[in-house]
Design a protein around this ligand. Sequence first.
Ligand code: AMP
Length: 292
Amino acid sequence: MILLKTAIELQNWITKQKLKGAKIGFIPTMGALHNGHISLITNSKSQNLLTVCSIFVNPTQFNDSSDFEKYPQTIESDILALEKVGTDLVFLPDLAQIYPSGTGQQPIYNLGNLENLLEGKYRPGHFQGVCQVVDKLLDLVQPDKLFLGQKDFQQCMVISKLLALKQSQTELVICPTLREPSGLAMSSRNMRLSEIGRQKAAMIFQVLNQIQTKLNTQQPIDQLIEAGKKVLLEAGFERIDYLELVEAQSLEPIAHWEPQKQAVLLIAVYLEGIRLIDNLPLINDNIFLQFS
Ligand code: AMP
């Protein structure tokens, strides 16, 4: 496995591989890798000759500086895991490699309402930061395919939009959310939960499933949502930023459920001071491809 730290070395390597006609799959990450990340690598390896993974904790996507400072860093075990799964190249840039002129003057992306809803509402500027770093990484890696996790549903929609804005030839591949046996979505942030917190956090996915099961009953959606929120708050979750049923592409709220609607349940909650997100699409995964 090749390990590179500078943009110029990466570009040289990519140019050589492209000249040989190699297809490249790319997985951008912020490290603290778990099996969810590894599943993206495995997916890429099955579809491309070469797989490139980046690890970079991008400051411009953190609206909360303490969240950035506390972001888990496990670089040695990350490198071992990436080598074990057969990653071809790991890119480990520092801040200056990604933002040579500093983080101050960055482009603004026209993401429409996608960046104001849900995560966007509670994390202002987050998706602009995500686009800034992904835009730069895409320019460096020029992947044939980009692999993202459905775990970050709204992020998938935002990156689809970014690819469209860039008129990029890169194909977006959305991979399913990997979960713990309890149903808890794997996340780097889970490392910061206590053992009891980790068990309790499994309720997030249970609540999403309970709402889905009851969607075809006559009970109004807002009542189902309120009941779900109550269960979580009574169990000791400190705060619920949102629990919403939304239209899968626009992410606008759905007031009346109809089975033919392409919808997704999205949630963001706090437990033990840690912000956790999850979602349950009530749709066919191909929905994502319509943006590219
Ligand atoms: P992150 O390091 O959190 O920025 O995540 C890097 C990539 O891994 C993103 O595309 C995430 O959506 C994806 N990812 C994170 N958690 C999971 C999971 N549990 N299952 C599948 N993909 C995931």
